[in-house]
Design a protein around this ligand. Structure first.
Ligand code: FDA
Length: 308
């Protein structure tokens, strides 16, 4: 149902609906399907529980495209608090950061300075910063920033990036990142992209995902394969087994609230699993992208609403 996907992605940019939903009590309750809660402590509590179930966590303080430098610094402060809390509570968790929330659209130098500070803090606390990937006009600038931060010898290995299998350019990017020694999270891609830059057909995205995941598995670095697609997971498992690549050399990553059964199954089989845990009041665009991925979620949410 590609038209539903397009509709939900269009709705994810709707300002008035966003304001209404983020302020309404019912909206906040419904967001609980995919969001750990509104506060930082909610994310820490969920991360603790995820760790107890034998999985790692990555924490995302929700928010995209800030409109002033002050807002970008405020958003960064939350991540600094997270890095300190993760250490204090001995959590097995890192952070996932969107550069638009750090001011990328206002001033790329500001976003780079904030990403550098966060990576310094992460390095100092023995942690790691994952830079999420946003829509395609931002791909190159995001790669450039991550490369420059990672090029600092004292920060090497403390920052990583996300690559989207739906983009034609991703194979070349993966090869370059491997040779730069930058850890990758591979996902299919969550934005609406034109056919000039991205495979329009799901079958082609899936084939590219498998090809890129094999290149990552062959590299000496520890990468993340982010997907809930059992076909992608089976392909990675069988490739790793065939090539003698131990399960400890890579991890699967999934979103909070999605395919918990599969998360548990992979842990029981001895694979590393990391759960992406978003939290915060600005949950609306994230939530709409999750509905776009699986419009059947709307039914699930409608049932919850009727039960309220
Ligand atoms: P696909 O969409 O083909 O779904 C396969 C199956 O998974 C479905 O049939 C369904 O069973 C289940 N499923 C998938 N999505 C679901 C949902 N929302 N609710 C319930 N079931 C669902 N994207 C991006 O552009 N930039 C980024 O930085 C990231 N970061 C990221 C981190 C992590 C940890 C994950 C798991 C994903 C991302 N993504 C992302 C999102 C990613 O690009 C993609 O949109 C989703 O993961 C859905 O793709 P799948 O690989 O799961 O396959």
């Amino acid at each position: 149902m590609p038209f539903l996907r397009t509709a939900f992605i269009a709705l994810s940019h709707n300002r008035s609906l966003r304001n209404f939903c983020e302020r309404s009590r019912i909206g906040s309750k419904l967001s609980g399907r995919f969001v750990a809660g509104m506060e930082l402590t909610d994310a820490l509590r969920v991360a603790e529980s995820v760790n107890k179930q034998g999985m790692f966590a990555t924490l995302d303080s929700l928010g995209e495209s800030v409109s002033s430098a002050a807002e970008a610094h405020k958003a960064a402060d939350v991540y600094h608090q997270l890095l300190d809390s993760i250490r204090e509570r001995h959590l097995d968790a890192n952070i996932s950061v969107k550069l638009t929330q750090m001011g990328l659209a206002l001033d790329p130098e500001l976003a780079e300075a904030i990403a550098t500070n966060l990576t310094e803090h992460a390095k100092y606390t023995g942690n790691f910063v994952r830079i999420d990937m946003e829509d395609s006009p931002l791909t190159q600038v995001t790669l450039d920033i991550v490369r420059r931060v990672n090029a600092r010898t004292d920060l090497r290995g403390a920052i990583g990036i996300v690559i989207q299998a739906y983009l034609y350019r991703s194979q070349a990017d993966v090869e370059q990142l491997i040779s730069d020694g930058i850890r990758v999270r591979l996902c299919k891609g969550a934005y609406k992209e034109p056919a000039e830059v991205a495979f329009p057909r799901k079958a082609d995205v899936d084939a590219n995902y498998i090809k890129l995941s094999q290149a990552l598995l062959e590299s000496p670095l520890y990468h993340g394969l982010a997907t809930h697609d059992e076909g992608m997971i089976a392909a990675a498992k069988s490739y790793a087994k065939h090539r003698g690549i131990a399960p400890s050399r890579f991890e699967f990553q999934m979103l909070y609230g999605v395919r918990r059964d599969l998360q548990r199954k992979l842990v029981a089989e001895g694979y590393n699993v990391r759960v992406y845990i978003p939290f915060g009041r600005e949950w609306y665009p994230y939530f709409m992208r999750r509905l776009a991925e699986r419009p059947a979620n709307v039914l699930f949410i409608a049932k919850q609403l009727l039960r309220q």
